[in-house]
Ligand binder design. Structure first.
Ligand code: DGL
Length: 282
C-alpha cells in the first residue's frame, strides 16, 4: 500500500486519533492503515510517562485522559482508538467521559477475536501487570463465553524496546512465561487453544510466540481485531466515501522523539517521518 508519511494532516478523510503510552501502538496504526486507507491519522505516544503497565489506575486514567484531550481538542480527532491495552483495561470509561467523540479500546475486539478462534473455549492472555491485575481481559473473555488464564509478562516490553525481538534471551523469556502459563491452565483444568497478545509490544514477538506455543495453539493479535472493528464502525462516515488517495500520518510524542523516529518504523513497518514533541505536563 502506498502511504504518504507527512508532517501535517491533509484533511482528506476523517481525522482518527490513535493513542498509546509509547510507540508500540504503532502496531495498531499499521493495522488501521490497511483497513481505513482514506483517513488522516494523528498518533500520540506518551513516551515521557511510559510505562503505564506498572502504574495505578488513578494515574493511568489521568495520563490517558490528558492524552485523549490533546488528540481531540488540539488535533481535532473525531474518532479515537486507544491502542494501549493498559489504558483500555483501566481507563476506557475515564477517557470516554473526558472527550466528546467515539472511543474504541483494544480489549473487547481482542476478546471477540479469541472467541472466533477458539474451539476449546479456553484461552490464555498475556499482558502488562496493570492489565492483568484489572482482569479486564478475563471479564471480556467471560462475556464471550470463554474461560481464560492471564499472565503478566513484565520483561517483554523492555526487551522489545531494546530491539531484541529476535534475540536468544527474549526467546528464553518467552519460553519460561509460556511454560508457566500452560502449567496454570492445566492446574485450572483448562485446555487452551488460543493465546491473546494483550499488549501493544507483543505483536513484534508474534513469530517467536508462534514458534514456541504447543501445536494447535493460535496466536491472536488485538491490533488486527481492533482495526477491523474501527473500520466497521467508521464505514458509514461521509468523508470516507468522498476521500480518495492515500492516508496521512502525523506523529507526536511527549519525550524521546529521536528514539521514536528510530524504532517507530519497526512497529509501523514504514518510516514514521518527523515526530513532533508535545508537553502534556507531569
Ligand atoms: N502500551 C502498553 C500496553 O499495551 C505497554 C507499555 C506500557 O506499559 O506502557 O499495555
Amino acid at each position: 500500500m502506498k502511504t504518504k508519511v507527512i508532517e501535517q494532516s491533509t484533511g482528506a478523510g476523517p481525522v482518527i486519533g490513535v493513542f498509546d503510552s509509547g510507540f508500540g501502538g504503532l502496531t495498531v496504526l499499521k493495522a488501521l492503515l490497511h483497513r481505513i486507507p482514506n483517513a488522516s491519522f494523528v498518533f500520540l505516544g506518551d513516551t515521557a510517562r511510559l510505562p503505564y503497565g506498572s502504574k495505578s489506575q488513578r494515574t493511568i486514567a489521568r495520563y490517558a485522559s490528558e492524552s485523549a484531550q490533546f488528540l481531540v481538542h488540539e488535533q481535532k480527532a473525531e474518532y479515537l482508538v486507544i491502542a494501549c491495552n493498559t489504558a483500555s483495561a483501566l481507563a476506557l470509561d475515564a477517557i470516554k467521559d473526558s472527550v466528546p467523540v467515539p472511543v474504541l479500546g483494544v480489549i473487547e475486539p481482542g476478546a471477540a477475536a479469541a472467541a472466533a478462534s477458539s474451539q476449546s473455549r479456553d484461552v490464555m492472555v498475556i499482558a502488562t501487570e496493570a492489565t492483568v491485575a484489572s482482569h479486564a481481559y478475563a471479564a471480556a473473555c467471560r462475556a464471550q463465553g470463554l474461560r481464560g488464564v492471564e499472565k503478566a509478562c513484565p520483561l517483554l516490553v523492555p526487551l522489545v524496546e531494546e530491539g531484541w525481538t529476535d534475540h536468544p534471551v527474549t526467546a528464553e523469556v518467552v519460553r519460561i512465561y509460556l511454560d508457566e502459563l500452560l502449567a496454570e491452565a492445566r492446574t485450572a483444568g483448562q485446555s487452551p487453544d488460543t493465546l491473546v497478545l494483550g499488549c501493544t509490544h507483543y505483536p513484534l514477538l508474534r513469530a517467536m510466540f508462534e514458534r514456541t506455543v504447543p501445536e494447535g495453539v493460535r496466536v491472536i493479535d488485538s491490533a488486527e481485531a481492533t482495526a477491523e472493528e474501527a473500520a466497521r464502525q467508521l464505514q458509514a462516515h461521509p468523508l470516507l466515501a468522498q476521500a480518495a488517495g492515500v492516508p496521512s500520518i502525523r506523529c507526536f510524542a511527549t519525550d524521546s522523539v529521536e528514539k521514536f523516529e528510530r524504532l517507530g518504523s519497526r512497529f509501523l513497518g514504514l518510516p514514521v517521518g518527523k515526530v513532533e514533541l508535545v508537553d502534556l505536563g507531569g
